[in-house]
Design a protein around this ligand. Structure first.
Ligand code: SAH
Length: 227
């Protein structure tokens, strides 16, 4: 069973994640320590657990943010383009931008309008320049369709579980791109999947960690809470 650890600061939290092996690289350590969770998680920002952000969803636990950034790190480089589906609090969207050293574009798509505003407010506290300079572009809509306008993406992160193989998102990956996404039905097992598209467009997939995410779903189903 996973033991929830509580820390007092971003530094403590990141050091803890490093000790536990979730943070493995200096780049991920630097990106996370530069994005203070206190701006995004209303309660217990430095606890290593998900926190409610209303609308029946949570900001993911810090160890999951670290884990996903480690999987995406080679695809988050300066001048790159990434997509964050179901950005919720906006935390990982900023961390992805930090991985690109503020020099790339991260497009975020989230279907709850109020969470778009919440994320904008959160990001504006210490990273407003990223919004002003279009390094982060937030959109309201159904993330299952990805975001055609800015495709192809060097990488795509999905913060909610897809019930099926997310073909539309795979199609929006650039050659050499990577998609990291939880896949599985709510009451069955969900796993993080990695889809890699090679230089010839051939896609390979790998099943990773067993996880529990909220589903990638319709707005009314999410707001009813009947997943
Ligand atoms: N990475 C975010 C995760 C938030 S939880 C964070 O750590 O803050 C998952 C998010 O996916 C929620 O904000 C939820 O509203 C959103 N979501 C669920 N279904 C969606 C859909 N079809 N399109 C876009 N966003 C969706």
């Amino acid at each position: 069973m996973f033991f929830h650890s509580s820390y007092n600061s971003m530094r403590d939290l990141c050091n803890g994640l490093k000790d536990k092996g979730y943070i493995q690289s200096d780049r991920v350590y630097k990106a996370l320590i530069n994005v203070d969770r206190v701006d995004f998680a209303p309660m217990g920002p430095y606890e290593d657990r998900p926190q409610p952000i209303n609308y029946n969803v949570t900001i993911s636990a810090p160890h999951m943010h670290a884990y996903c950034l480690e999987l995406l790190k080679d695809h988050l480089k300066p001048n790159g383009k990434a997509l964050d589906v179901g950005f919720g609090s906006g935390y990982l969207t900023v961390a992805m931008s930090k991985m690109m050293e503020d020099k790339g574009t991260v497009v975020g798509i989230e279907h709850i309008e109020q969470l778009n505003n919440f994320a904008k407010e959160n990001i504006s506290k210490h990273h407003k320049n990223l919004l002003d300079e279009n390094k982060i572009i937030l959109q309201c809509g159904d993330g299952r369709k990805g975001y055609e306008k800015f495709k192809p993406y060097n990488c795509i992160h999905v913060g909610a579980a897809s019930e099926e193989r997310p073909q539309t998102l795979i199609d929006q990956l650039d050659l050499g791109g990577r998609l990291v996404v939880p896949v599985g039905k709510p009451n069955e097992g969900q796993y993080i999947y990695i889809f890699d598209k090679d230089q010839n467009g051939k896609v390979t997939e790998r099943k990773e960690l067993s996880v529990r995410y909220v589903p990638l779903t319709d707005v009314d189903i999410q707001l009813s809470g009947n997943y």
